[in-house]
Design a protein around this ligand. Structure first.
Ligand code: FPP
Length: 243
């Protein structure tokens, strides 16, 4: 489907969409299934959302797959999510590449097992010259952690005499973020009925439009995704100014 068939005005589309994919566990529990079944169902939704992003030629899509706090979940669930990442990368990378997707993982990747890190780096390497949707998977990611890491890098440059503190600007700061060279988040979607940001893309979402739905992520459809995009097109964005 192209934008005309979808009745979408490309001019009004967000450049960067971020999604907090919440509600997998609850989707599974109400069906008497294990939480892991909810995460597997979430992966199927993610595939459809990425396809829509490719068809609509969104510039960037960032999804929250695993937070710096998610290690506190039961061992079995963490292990299952690791298994899911690994399976997802291997299964999807060829199709992503053929769709010109530029994959990136954002977060503290060094805390993943050597095997998963290799799969991540190999997939990123495969797609590094692609020019389509920038698809960021936030894994062991926390917005505060990202800001602390960026600050540490700037502090190192100052101690090495490469940077003066008074020369730090928002633009310089952004060059140290995981999403450097990408547009700020225009639209932040959260599924699953909660109304919070949960430490996701704190800097990048400074002026994001927020869109919340009670629909759990496994039940989130391409149609609902598109209605969020259309709703974004009707928002009056002022960025702190007066129109
Ligand atoms: C939140 O739902 C979801 C997560 C912590 C993981 C999201 C992961 C996926 C959608 C699949 C894996 C992703 C990739 C890229 C392979 P929850 O478990 O907190 O749900 P609940 O609030 O209902 O308990």
């Amino acid at each position: 489907m192209n934008n005309e068939e979808l009745k979408i005005d490309s001019e009004k589309l967000p450049r960067h969409v971020a999604i907090i994919m919440d509600g997998n566990g609850r989707w599974a529990s109400v069906r008497g299934l294990l939480r892991s079944a909810g995460h597997s169902a979430g992966v199927k939704t993610l595939k459809k959302i990425l396809t829509t992003a490719v068809n609509l030629k969104l510039e960037a899509l960032t999804v929250y797959a695993f937070s710096t706090e998610n290690w506190k979940r039961p061992h079995a669930e963490v292990d299952f999510l690791m298994h899911l990442f690994s399976e997802y990368i291997e299964r999807e990378k060829a199709e992503m590449h053929s769709n010109n997707v530029q994959l990136k993982f954002i977060g503290r990747l060094e805390e993943f097992s050597a095997g998963i890190q290799k799969q991540m780096y190999d997939a990123v390497e495969l797609m590094k010259n692609n020019t389509g949707v920038k698809f960021n998977i936030a894994a062991n990611y926390g917005g505060q952690d990202e800001i602390v890491r960026a600050t540490q890098n700037l502090a190192k440059k100052i101690s090495a005499g490469e940077l003066q503190p008074e020369n730090i600007t928002a633009e310089i700061f952004e060059t140290e973020l995981d999403t450097k060279s990408q547009p700020p988040v225009d639209l932040l979607i959260r599924t699953g009925g909660d109304y919070r940001i949960s430490n996701f893309l704190l800097w990048q979402s400074a002026y994001a439009e927020l869109w919340f739905t009670d629909t759990t992520f496994p039940e989130f459809t391409q149609e609902e995704f598109i209605s969020a995009l259309v709703d974004f097109g009707k928002r009056d964005r002022k960025f702190g100014a007066i129109k």
